[in-house]
Design a protein around this ligand. Structure first.
Ligand code: SAM
Length: 214
């Protein structure tokens, strides 16, 4: 599996998704096969999303790489992830921010939260939370970076509020089930934001008070 992981990373470098050494090292280190259900282990190093139960998915490796690069993660940063899923993306981010950083990750589905918490237990810098992530996580705010791994109908207001000035928020936004825009929101001052559209993506829905209400 180590050889397959190395090949996947080389492929992501060649295709331009991995641009920096820190993202490369993190993705070389985290065993994606340990985060996917046993029946999908043989497909762990294909560049595609895979089912993780409860109708949810683990994101494709190129999406994890691209999101880490765009966020420009640095050692020691305080980060909020909305949508833990199986915990793979969180593990990659934790490797980049190091033990001096802190990652709060929120999952709304209890069974996924429990499994991810177990898989991430050796990362002292990660706190896994069972809650509605559309409300953010006020008690640890403000954050240097916030990213959302499910698609919202619009940018959730609490996440904008809980971002530090000069902080970055990455969130898929759109009203189509199979197509959304990945938005990068930079907080220029307390009430001034700059939004850049990074292009089309397809994520599962973000369900909650400031997301979809199904
Ligand atoms: N980050 C994951 C990975 O490692 O590949 C992928 C996560 S999956 C694409 C999106 C996750 O967001 C799902 O597990 C879903 O249950 C979760 N989710 C949806 N709405 C949420 C909410 N309001 N708060 C927290 N998690 C939410």
């Amino acid at each position: 599996m180590l050889e397959e992981r190395k090949r996947m990373v080389e492929d992501l470098v060649a295709r331009g998704y991995i641009k920096t050494e820190k993202v490369k090292k993190a993705m070389e280190k985290v065993p994606r096969e340990k985060f996917v259900p046993p029946e999908h282990r043989m497909s762990a190093y294909l560049d595609q999303p895979l089912p993780i139960g409860e109708g949810q998915t683990i994101s494709a490796p190129h999406m994890v790489a691209m999101m880490c690069e765009v966020l420009d993660l640095q050692r020691g940063m305080k980060v909020l992830e909305v949508g833990t899923g199986c915990g793979y993306h969180a593990a990659v981010v934790a490797e980049i921010i190091g033990e001096e950083g802190k990652l709060y990750t929120i999952e709304r589905i209890e069974s996924l939260y429990k499994k991810a918490k177990e898989k991430l237990k050796d990362y002292r810098q990660i706190k896994v939370i069972h809650a509605d992530g559309t409300e953010g996580w006020e008690e640890a705010a403000p954050y240097d970076r916030i990213y959302v791994t499910a698609a919202a109908p619009e940018v959730p207001e609490p996440l904008k509020r809980q971002l530090k000035v000069k902080g970055k928020l990455l969130v898929p936004v759109g009203r189509d089930r199979f197509y959304q825009d990945l938005l990068l929101v930079e907080k220029l001052s307390e009430d001034n934001f700059k939004t850049k559209n990074l292009g089309g993506v397809a994520f599962v829905p973000l369900i909650g008070k400031y997301g979809w209400r199904f």
